[in-house]
Design a protein around this ligand. Structure first.
Ligand code: ZN
Length: 205
């Protein structure tokens, strides 16, 4: 399984390093976004042989403007648009030094998707509280935070020569203004901070 494979890569690499940030990241659950700061997102990148794996986690509000379960047609349309944006990787990443072809993309929008079909009010002998009850679920969800997760696997021609990745999420998501990137390559690992206008992840520095 892909997940197990990735986990083993993370564990193997982290066990061989004493770098504090890597240990902290794993302790915090490497693929989570522990801070959940609106406007901020997390990107984790691992290169193993010619395989490149990228995880992108972001508060939902950065990407669709809300963090509750979509219910209206407009909200569902925004979720569907997001799915397309996160799947269209050529608009999100540009690789320099090696060509990389997308192998799999797994987009997890579960936290903003309805758990079940929207209930409709049935005519009944209940009093006016019925209507309030129908909206209860959404009101309750609005108090929560939601995360969007995307995981990508690429096959690269010469992954060791992959030097720069242009990360273009800022172009598409105006409410996203900061990405913390943790990366591990064959030679190095590092933590980079990406912002609008400073969106090049440099793996050779
Ligand atoms: Zn939130």
């Amino acid at each position: 399984m892909k997940n197990r494979y990735t986990t083993s890569i993370f564990q193997a690499l982290v066990l061989t390093t004493s770098l504090q940030y890597a240990q902290s990241a794993v302790a915090a659950g490497f693929d989570e976004n522990p801070a959940h700061l609106h406007g901020h997102a997390q990107l984790n990148l691992v290169i193993e042989h010619n395989q490149l794996e990228i995880q992108f986690n972001s508060p939902a509000v950065n990407l669709v403007g809300f963090e509750y379960q979509a219910s209206t047609a407009d909200e569902m349309a925004r979720v569907e648009k997001l799915r397309q944006q996160l799947t269209n990787v050529s608009e999100l990443y540009r690789f320099s030094g090696s060509e990389c072809q997308l192998k799999t993309a797994k987009i997890d929008l579960n936290q903003i998707l309805p758990e079940q079909p929207i209930r409709h009010t049935k005519p009944s002998d209940q009093d006016s509280q019925t209507e309030h009850h129908d909206h209860y679920h959404k009101d309750e969800a609005q108090a929560q935070h939601s995360e969007i997760k995307a995981r990508y696997q690429f096959n690269c021609t010469e992954a060791t020569k992959l030097t720069v990745i242009e990360v273009n999420f800022f172009n598409q998501f105006e409410h996203l203004n900061y990405i913390q990137a943790l990366w591990i390559t064959h030679q190095k690992q590092g933590l980079s901070e990406l912002e609008r206008g400073a969106n090049y992840l440099k793996l050779d520095e």
